[in-house]
Design a protein. Sequence first.
Length: 446
Amino acid sequence: MRYLPLTAEDRQKMLEAIGVNSVDDLFVDVPKQARLLDSLDLPDHLGEIEVERILSGLASKNIDAGSVPSFLGAGLYRHFVPAAVDHLIQRGEFLTAYTPYQPEISQGTLQTLFEFQTQVALLTGMEVANASMYDGATATAEAILMARRVTRRDHVLISGGLHPHYRDVARTLVLGGDIETLPLKVEGDEELVSKISPKTACVVVQNPDFSGNIKDLSGISVACEAKGALLIVVVTEALSLGAIKSPGEMGADIVAAEGQSFGNALNFGGPTVGLLASRERFVRQMPGRLCGETMDVDGRRGWVLTLSTREQHIRREKATSNICTNSGLCALAFSIHAALLGEDGLRRLALINHEKAVLLSEKLEKLPGVDVITQAFFNEFTVHLPVAAAEVVERSAERRLLVGVPLSRLYPEKNEFKNHLLVAVTELTEDDDMEALLACLKEVLP
């Protein structure tokens, strides 16, 4: 189909049917002072080769995380994606598959989502998982809405260690209600338990938290249970679940996570894939879709949408979510990568990430004026610099090195975080990258 499929004759017939003489007559109600009378100051059209050359030049001004030593994290992480992942997701039966409304012709898609749910449940230590959300931030918001439906309470208590973007998305999507957010403390927030009351619907904590701290959440879980509140655990680095105790083992009621680390590249921030899992007794309040296993009339194993309580399926007032789709292809990439790794491979990969992070932290501690604040971490930690972290980031970028994320970028109102830098390490971080970071900091630090 042509981009502009209508001929001049087609347009004239449409104008006649409407009862006007020209397209301009359609804008008579727009005040003249609001109309664009002259041509825009834009260059003339160019050929495909010229346009591609210009756009490539603009793109080259970006420094992507794969072209230079990068220690960026803060919710999205650069991991190796096997070539098999991209190959398999482009197979026709996966790439062209869409929402499986008719199970008899969507068995492949349904089985894929069923396997995805199984993997998420195993990783998070929960009993049931749904068929993917948009991303970790919206999954967190959906988890809060789910907890409010289960408990019939409105008060939401959010740990200061939750990613600030997740916090903001939750405030946007969870309209109404009482949301209380504790301030970020890079060494942890012990005051959380004292804030839980009989009015609290849920407590939202991140593990590892935004500054990289790994916590034992069992005490918070006990406190939540005593007051009838639900514990929501958020995970932004899914690979950490291969090394640390799962949220389910620590007493989580609902888990919301970002699954980008498996099978999905950074892509300048997206798309990504959200994960949501919970205890089975809350399944009726779970948003999105849930694929289940069944038997057909001939006794053969098959897959169906067991739960699909979205607005387009049932009455709006009965829906548990207004999610219109899911990150199906990203979920497939997640599932393929996780299957390629297997349990042993996942644990080895997680161990490599942790060991490299420990090695870098030990090297940074030897630099004058540099202090590693996060003591128990997976592959991301916070360091205190003798100068403003944002300035160090800018000066390092000029040397083509991405040294991390300054906390002042996400907490501009918190002057005490001015010198804090969040540093992430993955299996793609080479020894040469670490040495380049150390050499750069020696140059830019006083």
